[in-house]
Design a protein around this ligand. Sequence first.
Ligand code: PLP
Length: 397
Amino acid sequence: MFDRLPELPADSLLGLISMFRDDTNPKKVDLGVGVYRDEAGHTAIMKAVQKAQQMHLDQEDSKTYIGPVGVPGFVEGIKGLVLGNDSATIKDNRIAAIQTPGGCGALRVGSEFLKRLNSDFTVWVSDPTWANHIPLIRSAGLTIKTYPYFDTSTGAVNFDAMDEQLAKLGPNDVVLLHGCCHNPTGADLSFDHWKTITERALETGFIPYVDIAYQGLGDGLEEDVAGVRYLSERVPEMVIATSCSKNFGLYRERTGCLLIQTESAQTAKAIQTQIQDVARANYSMSPAYGGFLVDIVLHNEALNREWKEELDAMATRVKSLRHGLLEQIKAQGVSQNFDFITEQKGMFSYLGISKEQVTQLRNDFSIYMADSSRINVAGLNTQCLEYVAQALKKVCG
Ligand SMILES: Cc1ncc(COP(=O)(O)O)c(C=O)c1O
């Protein structure tokens, strides 16, 4: 009977990884996979996290179950990191929260929770959005539609078109927003956009659903969540899915957190049991390890300082690569306008070139990126900027 199901086509990004691995060109550049890389192309363990591992090793004396919430200090720490330690919503106990297996786990549990709440919800995602949003939300049984977001002609957000769509929504709608560092485009909402979105949510009654996977990799830990905090301070209810994969470099430890903001402490208590129940039906409880490390890093003064400095250095490096690439593109006299590269935030940029041009960059220059022309800016290094710009000149003119 098992032969009834066909083999599925390989994931295109995974295909890119194996093509890159087999490419013998010493000049090859991997801009495909969305992980942070240092100048040497390595995804290193952050030093503060390394120290936290040692501290955890020295103090852990049991591997018994962690419990449905996950590591309590982690969950409390993430609430403060995202919403601010002075958040009235936190102080009023209006947040239900659990540790999850990565940001994906948070999105999946968040989506199943929404489905329980109202099976008629439509979840609106940006056009385009991170490819994995679609299966994560759809497999929870929710309907998905897209709102206009990215303007390919400017490389920025087409907010008028987005707002026009949001204004038409109602209480049966959920709007998925990228908290910062939009994946895949790098085009972020401005603070004024967040204000308008807040007004729309209050007017129409749609539920904001924020996915924040890159806090600290844009303009800074606080700056990156200014819009999310503004929204949270004003709307009664919202859902937030967070990930520690990028900003703590904990990719394989599957460390994330789901926060559900409710109207009252009493509702939060009920919702806490609901999200725990969703998790129980899926995987029982989250792996604890990454949560222990983040708990230590967030609460140990010295490690916290060190982590913030490391994260800042990562964000600064990505910004300087953006500037460096644009300078080289200009120096090569590429006719297409790529000025948006320095305006976009976080690890990703949409180059806005055709699939044929992407293929030519791969075949003729061993420069690998997603077919959509999304690049992982952190995959660049100062040595390859000129080479990449020269290749763009040859391919784009
Ligand atoms: C937009 C976005 N959301 C969520 C995630 C979740 O990541 P993870 O499940 O690895 O924590 C990612 C990871 O690439 C992402 O890009």
